[in-house]
Unconditional design. Structure first.
Length: 80
């Protein structure tokens, strides 16, 4: 194989490699961007869940209040 053809083949190989690496770099950048967006969405979701947890009534408290209400209504109806 003449030197000119070897040099041409090497140049084509280098160009193909550069194109492939550029494509990989672009895909990695896109993955990093999506990962950042996902991290932000997860963080916002965690904040929303925390806010909901702080404002909800615990189930045992609701059960106690319902029981007390039932007892009071029973006593009131028996007193009549």
């Amino acid at each position: 194989m003449p030197e000119g053809q070897v040099a041409l083949a090497l140049a084509e190989l280098r160009a193909a490699l550069e194109v492939g690496l550029a494509r990989i770099d672009g895909q990695l950048a896109l993955l990093v961007q999506r990962s950042d967006q996902t991290d932000k969405a997860v963080e916002e979701l965690e904040e929303r869940v925390s806010a909901l947890e702080k404002t909800r009534w615990p189930l045992p408290t609701v059960a106690v209040l319902a029981s007390i209400t039932a007892v009071v209504l029973t006593v009131v109806s028996l007193a009549r």
